[in-house]
Write a protein that binds this ligand. Structure first.
Ligand SMILES: [Zn+2]
Length: 98
């Protein structure tokens, strides 16, 4: 599959992990902070400081049992930015789990 740059309908991310059931990626749009709330940025809106507790949400998608390097397209599971599709690059850097 050919992909060019991100556009207003799709983002491009790298898969963090893959196993025969799922691959995962860390979402650039939703972070969970200490209170448990989901926010759209790891920076405090008021102070502009990085929130040390902000952890990117890891979204899961079905891998179809295929652990090979490739690019997959999915409808985002993101609740913060749910209008975009996502291209997920599965590369040599993606951690494989059996
Ligand atoms: Zn998300």
């Amino acid at each position: 599959m050919e992909i060019s740059d991100e556009d207003d309908r799709n983002i491009i991310v790298e898969a963090k992990t893959i196993n025969p059931i799922h691959f995962t990626y860390d979402c650039p749009y939703c972070y969970r902070i200490r209170s448990g709330r989901l926010v759209d940025s790891p920076f405090c809106k008021r102070t502009k400081r990085l929130l040390s507790s902000a952890v990117p949400t890891r979204h899961f998608h079905g891998s179809g049992g295929d652990l090979s390097n490739r690019i997959e397209h999915r409808v985002s599971h993101c609740t913060v930015n749910d209008d975009k599709g996502v291209f997920i690059k599965i590369t040599n850097k993606t951690k494989r789990y059996k």
